[in-house]
Write a protein that binds this ligand. Structure first.
Ligand code: CU
Ligand code: ZN
Length: 200
Protein backbone atom coordinates (compact mmCIF):
# COMPACT_ATOMS: atom_id res chain seq x y z
CA UNK A 1 0.00 0.00 0.00
CA UNK A 2 1.36 3.45 -0.95
CA UNK A 3 1.16 6.35 1.43
CA UNK A 4 -2.33 7.81 1.62
CA UNK A 5 -2.63 10.84 -0.73
CA UNK A 6 -3.04 14.05 1.25
CA UNK A 7 -4.08 16.31 -1.62
CA UNK A 8 -6.04 15.91 -4.88
CA UNK A 9 -3.05 17.29 -6.83
CA UNK A 10 -0.97 14.23 -5.91
CA UNK A 11 -3.53 11.72 -7.17
CA UNK A 12 -2.76 10.51 -10.74
CA UNK A 13 -5.63 10.69 -13.31
CA UNK A 14 -5.88 6.94 -13.80
CA UNK A 15 -5.13 4.53 -11.03
CA UNK A 16 -5.25 0.75 -11.30
CA UNK A 17 -6.42 -1.60 -8.58
CA UNK A 18 -6.11 -0.58 -4.93
CA UNK A 19 -5.30 3.09 -5.67
CA UNK A 20 -8.58 3.54 -7.60
CA UNK A 21 -10.39 2.20 -4.53
CA UNK A 22 -8.64 4.81 -2.38
CA UNK A 23 -9.70 7.57 -4.81
CA UNK A 24 -13.30 6.32 -4.78
CA UNK A 25 -13.22 6.16 -0.97
CA UNK A 26 -11.95 9.76 -0.80
CA UNK A 27 -14.72 10.99 -3.13
CA UNK A 28 -17.36 9.13 -1.19
CA UNK A 29 -16.02 10.46 2.09
CA UNK A 30 -16.03 14.02 0.71
CA UNK A 31 -19.66 13.85 -0.45
CA UNK A 32 -20.77 12.14 2.73
CA UNK A 33 -19.24 14.96 4.80
CA UNK A 34 -20.68 17.61 2.45
CA UNK A 35 -24.23 16.28 2.73
CA UNK A 36 -23.90 15.77 6.47
CA UNK A 37 -22.88 19.43 6.83
CA UNK A 38 -25.84 20.60 4.71
CA UNK A 39 -28.16 18.36 6.72
CA UNK A 40 -26.92 19.75 10.04
CA UNK A 41 -27.27 23.37 8.82
CA UNK A 42 -30.81 22.71 7.59
CA UNK A 43 -31.77 21.01 10.84
CA UNK A 44 -30.46 23.91 12.93
CA UNK A 45 -32.34 26.42 10.74
CA UNK A 46 -35.64 24.57 11.15
CA UNK A 47 -35.11 24.15 14.90
CA UNK A 48 -34.14 27.83 15.23
CA UNK A 49 -37.18 29.19 13.39
CA UNK A 50 -39.50 26.96 15.44
CA UNK A 51 -37.98 28.18 18.68
CA UNK A 52 -38.78 31.78 17.66
CA UNK A 53 -42.49 31.09 17.18
CA UNK A 54 -44.30 31.17 20.51
CA UNK A 55 -47.29 28.89 21.04
CA UNK A 56 -48.45 30.57 24.24
CA UNK A 57 -48.92 34.14 25.41
CA UNK A 58 -50.48 35.82 28.43
CA UNK A 59 -51.64 39.19 29.73
CA UNK A 60 -51.99 40.18 33.38
CA UNK A 61 -54.73 42.79 33.68
CA UNK A 62 -54.29 45.75 36.03
CA UNK A 63 -56.98 48.22 37.12
CA UNK A 64 -57.58 51.40 35.08
CA UNK A 65 -59.87 54.43 35.37
CA UNK A 66 -60.10 54.01 39.15
CA UNK A 67 -61.48 50.43 39.10
CA UNK A 68 -60.27 47.43 41.10
CA UNK A 69 -60.56 45.05 38.16
CA UNK A 70 -57.76 42.49 37.78
CA UNK A 71 -57.39 39.29 35.83
CA UNK A 72 -55.38 36.99 33.63
CA UNK A 73 -55.84 36.14 29.98
CA UNK A 74 -53.96 33.30 28.27
CA UNK A 75 -53.58 32.64 24.54
CA UNK A 76 -52.70 29.16 23.26
CA UNK A 77 -52.06 28.21 19.64
CA UNK A 78 -54.32 25.33 18.57
CA UNK A 79 -53.66 24.50 14.90
CA UNK A 80 -54.60 27.57 12.84
CA UNK A 81 -56.57 29.07 15.74
CA UNK A 82 -55.74 30.60 19.09
CA UNK A 83 -57.67 29.68 22.21
CA UNK A 84 -58.34 32.54 24.62
CA UNK A 85 -59.08 31.85 28.28
CA UNK A 86 -59.85 34.81 30.55
CA UNK A 87 -60.48 34.99 34.28
CA UNK A 88 -61.35 38.46 35.54
CA UNK A 89 -62.57 39.68 38.92
CA UNK A 90 -63.96 42.74 40.77
CA UNK A 91 -66.29 43.64 37.89
CA UNK A 92 -69.82 44.98 38.20
CA UNK A 93 -72.24 42.15 37.35
CA UNK A 94 -73.21 41.95 33.67
CA UNK A 95 -71.49 42.37 30.30
CA UNK A 96 -68.27 44.24 29.64
CA UNK A 97 -66.58 44.95 26.31
CA UNK A 98 -63.49 42.79 25.89
CA UNK A 99 -60.97 43.69 23.19
CA UNK A 100 -57.41 43.44 21.99
CA UNK A 101 -56.02 46.93 21.48
CA UNK A 102 -53.25 47.90 19.07
CA UNK A 103 -50.58 49.16 21.49
CA UNK A 104 -48.86 47.22 24.26
CA UNK A 105 -48.94 50.22 26.57
CA UNK A 106 -51.22 50.32 29.63
CA UNK A 107 -49.32 53.13 31.35
CA UNK A 108 -52.01 55.84 31.17
CA UNK A 109 -54.38 55.91 34.20
CA UNK A 110 -57.37 55.57 31.81
CA UNK A 111 -55.48 53.07 29.57
CA UNK A 112 -55.86 55.44 26.60
CA UNK A 113 -52.21 54.60 25.86
CA UNK A 114 -53.37 51.17 24.57
CA UNK A 115 -54.69 52.94 21.44
CA UNK A 116 -57.54 51.78 19.24
CA UNK A 117 -58.79 48.23 18.65
CA UNK A 118 -56.27 45.85 17.06
CA UNK A 119 -57.34 46.10 13.42
CA UNK A 120 -54.68 44.88 10.96
CA UNK A 121 -57.28 44.25 8.22
CA UNK A 122 -58.78 47.79 8.41
CA UNK A 123 -62.40 46.84 9.06
CA UNK A 124 -65.24 48.40 11.04
CA UNK A 125 -66.05 47.47 14.63
CA UNK A 126 -68.23 44.41 15.24
CA UNK A 127 -68.41 41.26 17.32
CA UNK A 128 -66.32 38.09 16.98
CA UNK A 129 -69.09 36.47 14.90
CA UNK A 130 -70.21 39.41 12.75
CA UNK A 131 -69.10 39.44 9.08
CA UNK A 132 -67.07 42.61 9.60
CA UNK A 133 -65.08 43.25 12.76
CA UNK A 134 -61.68 44.25 14.06
CA UNK A 135 -59.36 41.29 14.69
CA UNK A 136 -59.33 42.46 18.33
CA UNK A 137 -63.12 42.41 18.74
CA UNK A 138 -63.62 39.57 21.20
CA UNK A 139 -67.11 40.77 22.18
CA UNK A 140 -68.12 40.76 25.84
CA UNK A 141 -67.23 39.00 29.02
CA UNK A 142 -70.09 38.55 31.50
CA UNK A 143 -69.53 38.88 35.22
CA UNK A 144 -71.68 36.96 37.72
CA UNK A 145 -73.17 38.43 40.91
CA UNK A 146 -69.78 38.09 42.64
CA UNK A 147 -68.09 40.16 39.91
CA UNK A 148 -66.20 37.26 38.35
CA UNK A 149 -66.08 36.54 34.64
CA UNK A 150 -64.73 33.50 32.83
CA UNK A 151 -64.43 33.33 29.07
CA UNK A 152 -63.21 30.61 26.73
CA UNK A 153 -63.07 31.47 23.06
CA UNK A 154 -61.24 30.13 20.02
CA UNK A 155 -60.66 31.97 16.75
CA UNK A 156 -58.39 33.45 14.12
CA UNK A 157 -55.55 35.16 15.95
CA UNK A 158 -51.80 34.86 15.46
CA UNK A 159 -48.94 34.53 17.94
CA UNK A 160 -46.23 35.10 15.31
CA UNK A 161 -45.65 37.00 12.09
CA UNK A 162 -46.79 40.42 10.96
CA UNK A 163 -50.25 40.30 12.58
CA UNK A 164 -49.11 38.76 15.85
CA UNK A 165 -51.05 39.81 18.95
CA UNK A 166 -47.89 39.63 21.08
CA UNK A 167 -46.92 43.16 22.08
CA UNK A 168 -50.57 44.33 21.84
CA UNK A 169 -52.89 44.63 24.85
CA UNK A 170 -56.12 43.32 26.35
CA UNK A 171 -58.65 45.92 27.53
CA UNK A 172 -61.84 45.40 29.57
CA UNK A 173 -64.53 48.11 29.41
CA UNK A 174 -66.99 49.64 31.85
CA UNK A 175 -70.08 48.82 29.75
CA UNK A 176 -71.33 46.17 27.32
CA UNK A 177 -70.07 46.23 23.73
CA UNK A 178 -73.06 46.57 21.35
CA UNK A 179 -71.00 44.68 18.71
CA UNK A 180 -71.70 47.25 15.99
CA UNK A 181 -70.94 50.91 16.82
CA UNK A 182 -67.60 52.27 15.58
CA UNK A 183 -65.01 52.54 16.95
CA UNK A 184 -65.50 50.50 20.13
CA UNK A 185 -69.12 49.39 20.50
CA UNK A 186 -70.14 52.19 22.93
CA UNK A 187 -68.47 50.25 25.72
CA UNK A 188 -67.35 53.27 27.77
CA UNK A 189 -64.26 53.67 29.93
CA UNK A 190 -61.33 51.26 30.00
CA UNK A 191 -61.37 49.62 33.44
CA UNK A 192 -58.54 47.09 33.08
CA UNK A 193 -55.56 46.69 30.78
CA UNK A 194 -52.70 44.22 30.30
CA UNK A 195 -49.89 43.83 27.76
CA UNK A 196 -49.73 40.53 25.86
CA UNK A 197 -46.36 38.81 26.27
CA UNK A 198 -45.06 35.49 24.98
CA UNK A 199 -45.25 32.78 27.67
CA UNK A 200 -44.24 29.13 28.10
CU1 CU B 1 -61.58 48.07 23.92
ZN1 ZN C 1 -63.50 46.94 17.54
Amino acid sequence: MPDRPTDWKFVPRSLPGANADILWAMKTNFFARYFLLIGVCFGLTVAGSRAEEPTKAAANLSPASGSKVTGKVTFTKLGDDVQVIADIQNLTPGKHGFHLHEKGDCSAPDAASAGAHFNPTHQHHGGPNTPEHHAGDLGNIEADASGKAHLEWKGKLKLSGEDSIIGKSVVVHEKADDLKTDPSGNSGARIACGVINAAD
